[in-house]
Design a protein around this ligand. Sequence first.
Ligand SMILES: *[C@@H]1O[C@H](CO)[C@@H](O)[C@H](O)[C@H]1NC(C)=O
Ligand SMILES: *[C@@H]1O[C@H](CO)[C@@H](O)[C@H](O)[C@H]1NC(C)=O
Ligand SMILES: *[C@@H]1O[C@H](CO)[C@@H](O)[C@H](O)[C@H]1NC(C)=O
Ligand SMILES: *[C@@H]1O[C@H](CO)[C@@H](O)[C@H](O)[C@H]1NC(C)=O
Ligand SMILES: *[C@@H]1O[C@H](CO)[C@@H](O)[C@H](O)[C@H]1NC(C)=O
Ligand SMILES: *[C@@H]1O[C@H](CO)[C@@H](O)[C@H](O)[C@H]1NC(C)=O
Length: 360
Amino acid sequence: MMSTSNILTSLFLLPCLAQVALSAVTKRATVCNNSPDLCSKAYNNVTYLGTHNAPFLRDSSTGNSQSGNQFYNTTVQLSAGVRMLTGQVHNNNGSLHMCHSSCTLLDAGTLSNWLSEIKTWMDGNPNEVVTVLLVNSDDSSASALASAYTTAGIASYAYTPATTTAPSEWPTLQTLINDGTRLINFVASLDDNSAAPYLLDEFDYIFENNYDNTSPSNFSCAVNRPSGVTTNSALQKNLMPLMNHFLYQTTSLFGTIIESPDLGNISTTNSASSGTGALGASATECTNTYGQAPTYILVDFFNVGPAIDTVDNLNGITSPVGRTNVSTAASAPATSGSTRSEYSTFSLVAALIVAFVLIA
Ligand SMILES: *[C@@H]1O[C@H](CO)[C@@H](O)[C@H](O)[C@H]1NC(C)=O
Ligand SMILES: *[C@@H]1O[C@H](CO)[C@@H](O)[C@H](O)[C@H]1NC(C)=O
Ligand SMILES: *[C@@H]1O[C@H](CO)[C@@H](O)[C@H](O)[C@H]1NC(C)=O
Ligand SMILES: *[C@@H]1O[C@H](CO)[C@@H](O)[C@H](O)[C@H]1NC(C)=O
Ligand SMILES: *[C@@H]1O[C@H](CO)[C@@H](O)[C@H](O)[C@H]1NC(C)=O
Ligand SMILES: *[C@@H]1O[C@H](CO)[C@@H](O)[C@H](O)[C@H]1NC(C)=O
């Protein structure tokens, strides 16, 4: 029979042993990007859901701006499984801001604030690899962009590939996590990144299909950018496929065609189904065309569909771990705070003045 002290020792030891076992295990991440199946995969052998214009919200904070591409902010996007964030960087009178087409139209704050939001989330989620794609609207220099990364305290998280041309195989998610370099950064475009080698000129590593679509029948898998390559030569150069899959609706104002994100067709556009214009259909078509799944899939209003279903299908993920569910409704979350409806009117007026295409 065990003495009382032996029992106590056993009771005490068991959790200790469990603790030791656990700390041995936690040296390796057991779940990467919401799945235990992805840790051992090369970065370029995983499909990532991306939010087109991640910081540009159509919610109460912008008076439901027609220029908004997402209903939920970057933090919610990440928690729901989004792993690529895109947005336009503008030079707003000397400071770098995330703005949609123009800072008069929709100003989502400074680049460094946006990067801080991403850092906060990454700090709380240490086994997640995140990709940022900045559209360099005003041709900002690498050092100017890098200064925002430094201010946000996120520059040290950035991964720098060993080569300046696209590698055939990237590190695994596990390696990126272990090395603390789990933030991959692309800029479209950047002539010289010598001041910050972790800022990667997008089209040295990625190719994209067309992005300026106005009809569900217009989606295509053929290469659209960079210029001068065919789909096959892009793949041979190890460029990773980015599949744009969002629609614009057009409005004619005084003879000028204005494009804004198409909400009317969004349930179909983001659906995992195989119907015309559906995300599922395009993902299958592009996977067949490329002989591999697209690395990135970029959508508007990511929560609708939900778009993540198509990405899970491509990654073979049936039981994602650690995601927060978000409503799939094609509308902004209800808020108790006051709405700034005057902003909406302002946006419309600004849209009339700016009167140009609200393209990617
Ligand atoms: C990804 O890995 C699978 C095996 O798990 C392999 O069949 C496929 O070719 C790889 N794709 C790429 C793009 O590396
Ligand atoms: C993002 O949205 C959530 C839900 O509305 C909110 O709680 C959170 O404060 C927001 N985060 C930021 C950084 O705006
Ligand atoms: C731009 O910055 C300059 C110098 O800081 C300032 O004088 C000017 O008012 C600013 N213009 C706008 C439109 O903010
Ligand atoms: C887009 O789709 C519309 C409607 O089906 C068609 O008329 C138009 O030619 C298509 N445009 C392109 C560039 O494929
Ligand atoms: C969907 O897109 C088509 C083609 O652009 C357009 O005619 C139709 O009005 C859209 N549907 C909705 C509900 O917006
Ligand atoms: C999230 O939604 C999925 C599918 O709708 C459901 O299976 C799962 O239980 C939900 N998870 C949480 C935490 O609510």
